[in-house]
Ligand binder design. Structure first.
Ligand code: DX5
Ligand code: ZN
Length: 239
């Protein structure tokens, strides 16, 4: 049987949008799967963005679901409050949580998908036993904190190992990548096994953000089909 197609999502990051016109900026990417909202506290990362009140308003006006990425310390205390806003998914950094399993369960209990993020140098192996507690694993492909950085190819083996573990365990966990995703790097990330792609500058830095979303999607899908064709050609066929 041919390999079923993997679901591909393009989530533009509003970190590269015009913060004075966020409602209009959201309207420009209504063809995206979700909008990625970067929350930074100037403590976990050396940058500051928006907090609960602004995210609450975005949730009310967005044409697509909200995917919150919390780059904040004390995630155990703050992440549940974001889930209470009714967001589609809430992602905390494992480096900022004392009790990631408890926190993931709390997020789900509040109706949000539970996402867990790893900085580029954080290994995935210690967390493989808790995959069933998660809806999404975010593998950072730049050091968190700023948009417009170059994709770190050194993270590709980790994406491959995470994909192998997810497929091998049979649990349904999406693998998101964030940082330096462009029309070029999305191919490598997709081939390695990511299926949700966050892009800030490669969407909002383009003349048409909606067209940029479509061309990222197209490149990811092409990479998926190549992967599937390769897998199918290595599976022994019944005679
Ligand atoms: C970085 C943020 C990213 C950022 C990506 O810490 O988590 O979501 O907006 O921006 P680009 O796509 O420009 O690297
Ligand atoms: Zn992010």
């Amino acid at each position: 049987m041919p390999t079923p197609p993997r679901k591909c999502c393009i989530n533009p990051s509003i970190l590269s949008a015009d913060f004075v016109n966020l409602e209009a900026e959201l309207a420009q990417i209504s063809n995206a799967d979700a909008v990625h909202v970067d929350v930074m506290d100037n403590h976990f990362v050396p940058n500051l963005t928006i907090g609960l009140p602004v995210v609450e308003r975005l949730q009310k006006v967005s044409p697509v679901p909200l995917d919150a990425h919390l780059m904040i310390s004390d995630a155990d205390r703050w992440a549940p409050k974001f889930a209470d806003l009714g967001l589609d998914s809430v992602t905390f950094h494992v480096e900022a949580s004392h009790a990631p399993i408890k926190l993931a369960r709390e997020l789900r209990a509040r109706g949000a998908k539970a996402g867990m993020a790893l900085r580029p140098a954080t290994p995935v192996e210690p967390y493989l036993d808790m995959l069933a507690e998660l809806d999404m694993l975010l593998i950072m492909t730049v050091e968190p904190g700023f948009g417009g950085q170059a994709f770190l190819d050194v993270t590709l083996p980790k994406i491959r190992r995470a994909r192998a573990a997810v497929d091998g365990s049979g649990v349904k966990v999406a693998i998101q990548v964030d940082g330096g995703i462009t029309e070029e790097t999305i191919t490598r990330a997709a081939e390695a096994g990511a299926n949700i792609f966050v892009a800030g500058s490669a969407v909002y830095g383009r003349p048409s953000p909606a067209e940029a979303v479509e061309s990222l999607r197209e490149n990811a899908r092409l990479a998926f089909s190549r992967n599937a064709a390769e897998r199918d050609s290595t599976v022994p066929q019944p005679v």
